[in-house]
Design a protein around this ligand. Structure first.
Ligand code: NAD
Length: 264
């Protein structure tokens, strides 16, 4: 490892399995020398997360469902007890009803709109507020977003609206926390086949489209998002805050289908 994260401690929220983007970030941070804590959502995922935590010698910081604010409090209390202070937080959490990640956005229900915003947007602010109390000056927070925040992507629907709000909250939080040198950024990741992504309609088509039309002519890996995440959490990026950094093989830069792109 590079040692770039040596002496840093942080919590990574959103590991569901070894395909999770959060797992890619956890591995990259550990490889660079960080001490890691993980949270999990419910007993079913605990069984998956526990062996992964062992692999990284990570602290199991608590069962956390972000709709239950007391479970977020408990995680940060556990971290304070274990380490006193922390240096970084990763928020890789989103949810929307699968039935509304297909078809027309206009049909979004109020219940699912509210739930999607609560889990996918408000939770980052709720986590930031609790992290601030035990975070060292110069700390770093990171969340995960997608291009569907900026442009209409098929089936992304209410999640696109939520990611737009999440990206705006990155900027507001960056100002709120900047006085102590704490930085707040997002990675806008290209499509990756994870548990959460399997809920999105025609996801295989989206993967193929990105592969054929991104400048690098392929999709990103969780390891690549992990490395870029490590950069934003490390002191390599001390001058970067309020930023949405695309890790998408350059897809967001292209204006139309590549002339040589095969049919899907
Ligand atoms: P994933 O399914 O591995 O991770 C999603 C995580 O969210 C899970 O660990 C799940 O437990 C957690 N979660 C959902 N509801 C929760 C709740 N109420 N409380 C606590 N945790 C909850 O999928 P992923 O693709 O790694 O997703 C991580 C992040 O990356 C999400 O914000 C997602 O929108 C974002 N993202 C994913 C892609 C992609 O193509 N996979 C692209 C861009 C951004």
């Amino acid at each position: 490892g590079s040692g770039l994260m040596a002496g840093k401690r942080g919590v990574i929220m959103g590991v569901a399995n070894n395909r999770s983007i959060a797992w890619g970030i956890a591995k990259a941070c550990r490889d660079a020398g960080a001490d890691i804590a993980l949270t999990w959502q419910g007993d079913a995922l605990r069984k998956r997360v526990e062996p992964l935590a062992q692999e990284l010698d990570a602290f199991m910081a608590g069962d956390c469902d972000v709709t239950d604010l007391e479970s977020i409090d408990a995680v940060f209390n556990n971290l304070e007890e274990k380490w006193g202070k922390i240096d970084f937080v990763v928020h890789a959490i989103a949810f929307s009803d699968k039935d509304e990640l297909t078809g027309r956005y206009i049909e979004t229900t109020r219940d699912n709109f509210t739930r999607t915003m609560d889990i996918s947007v408000y939770s980052f602010t709720a986590v930031a507020a609790r992290a601030e109390r035990i975070m060292n000056d110069g700390g770093s927070l990171l969340t995960l977003t997608y291009y569907g925040a900026e442009k209409v992507m098929p089936h992304y629907n209410v999640m696109g609206v939520a990611k737009a709000a999440l990206e705006a909250s990155v900027r507001y939080l960056a100002v709120d926390m900047g006085g102590r040198g704490i930085r707040v950024n997002a990675i806008s990741a290209g499509p990756i086949k994870t548990l959460a992504a399997s809920g999105i309609g025609d996801f295989r088509y989206i993967l193929k489209w990105n592969e054929y039309n991104s400048p690098l002519k392929r999709n990103v890996s969780t390891d690549e998002v992990g490395k870029s995440g490590m950069y934003l959490l490390s002191d390599l990026s001390t001058g970067v805050t309020g930023e949405v950094h695309h890790v998408d093989c350059g897809y967001h830069t292209v204006g139309m289908k590549a002339v040589d792109a095969p049919d899907i």
